[in-house]
Write a protein that binds this ligand. Structure first.
Ligand code: SMG
Ligand code: MG
Length: 376
């Protein structure tokens, strides 16, 4: 088999409601997709990957325009033609950083390879669960009343876990209000996206009274010892998101006591194959993990649903319905939440089927990558 990435496609989808985090507001999402082709016994089979880099470098260093450039000018030429998806990461190892861009290439090749084999991603992972519990991430709102309305709507939709975005000035009060609204036993957690500092540890410990599942990434991504100090002081488990960029960083974070729970996002760590390795490392150390989200289309959402079916994913993830963010998805059967759960895809590859017509409608730009392939 030989596989190559042949096309980069930039699409634009409006969000159904603005999504505000501690680092900004999003009202639409530009999303970069990668198309790969594998040649097997004279047949060409196509696969797709999704780059989770946001529009601006405010979640991490990566962003859409940067990803386009690094894929076109640096990654695709190095990748050329590969024999299998498992070789993608090693062919790109000379390029430092850019895990989201690298992950998108590996994902496209993996989807194509699995489709050529007639095999699902869940099957490759050995994941046997048929469905996964679905949590929802709720942005910062203008008022507590609006937040309560939004959370009530998501509970009506069946979500089994609520995650509230917090920042200084939007933490204790909204969390108290939502805990009152949903009752003492409902699953609730918060995510600060690095908005606090070491001076805030006492303040963050005041969240302990709300019986949260976890506090996600309160401090800057490089502050492992600050997170360890908070973990020592707070009874709420500390979960890392932005800080975990590799197997090494997660093991170090666990060893220094900074990571009591891990949010696993394939894009943030350079691909689904590394995400599985991080799952394995956490499982071996009894650290619970859950699957994060990056406002993915049905492509990434399908892949996340399969990843989250692995045994170590013991907490509900941010794998919500397509309609949580998008009125219409680019796949023919949008991801749905039924009875609080998302089905694990069983079809070949990541298990989605593209809605080609809608994909073309929302396409902003297409870049031909085939000129970068050797021998073209
Ligand atoms: O896809 O449901 C989703 C979004 C979940 O809150 C979510 N993601 O830090 O965990 C996180 C954020 C980052 C998204 S903004 C790029
Ligand atoms: Mg997060």
């Amino acid at each position: 088999m030989t596989a190559r990435c042949v096309e980069l496609r930039e699409i634009r989808l409006p969000l159904v409601t603005p999504f505000r985090t501690s680092f900004g507001v999003q009202t639409a999402r530009r999303i970069l997709l990668v198309r790969a082709e594998v040649q097997r016994e004279g047949q060409v089979v196509e696969g797709w990957g999704e780059c989770v880099a946001p529009d601006e470098p405010t979640y991490s260093a990566e962003y859409v325009d940067g990803a386009v450039l690094v894929i076109r000018e640096q990654l695709a030429p190095r990748l050329g033609a590969v024999a299998q998806a498992a070789d993608v990461a090693s062919s790109l190892v000379d390029v430092k950083g850019h895990p989201m861009a690298k992950a998108a290439l590996e994902m496209a090749v993996l989807d194509a390879e699995l489709r050529a084999d007639g095999r699902s991603f869940a099957d490759l992972l050995g994941a046997t669960a048929e469905r996964i519990p679905s949590g929802v991430s709720v942005g910062i709102h203008d008022s507590i009343a609006e937040l309560e309305r939004a959370v009530a709507g998501y509970l009506d939709d069946g979500y089994v876990r609520i995650k509230l975005k917090i920042e200084p000035g939007w933490d204790l009060e909204p969390v108290a209000a939502i805990r009152r609204l949903i009752g003492p036993d409902a699953l609730l957690q918060v995510d600060a996206n690095t908005a606090y500092g070491r001076d805030d540890l006492d303040h963050l410990c005041r969240l302990d009274e709300f019986g949260l599942l976890l506090i996600e990434q309160p401090l800057p991504e490089d502050d492992l010892l600050g997170h360890a100090a908070l973990a020592g002081a707070s009874s709420t488990p500390i979960c890392l998101d932005e800080s975990i960029t590799s197997v090494t960083t997660v093991i170090d974070a666990i060893d220094v006591g900074a990571c009591e729970v891990a949010n696993i996002k394939a894009g943030r760590v350079g691909g689904y194959l590394t995400a599985v390795a991080i799952h394995d490392a956490c499982r071996a150390r009894d650290i619970p993990v859950w699957c994060g989200g990056m406002l993915e289309t049905g492509i990434g959402r399908s892949a996340n649903a399969a990843l989250a079916a692995l045994d170590g994913f013991t907490l509900p993830g941010d794998v919500s319905a397509s309609r949580r963010f998008y009125a219409r998805d680019i796949i023919t059967k949008p991801i749905e939440v039924v009875d609080g759960h998302v089905a694990v895809p069983t079809g070949p590859g990541f298990g989605f089927e593209l809605d080609r017509q809608f994909l073309d409608e929302v396409t902003v730009e297409v870049h031909d990558l085939s000129r970068n392939a050797p021998g073209q």
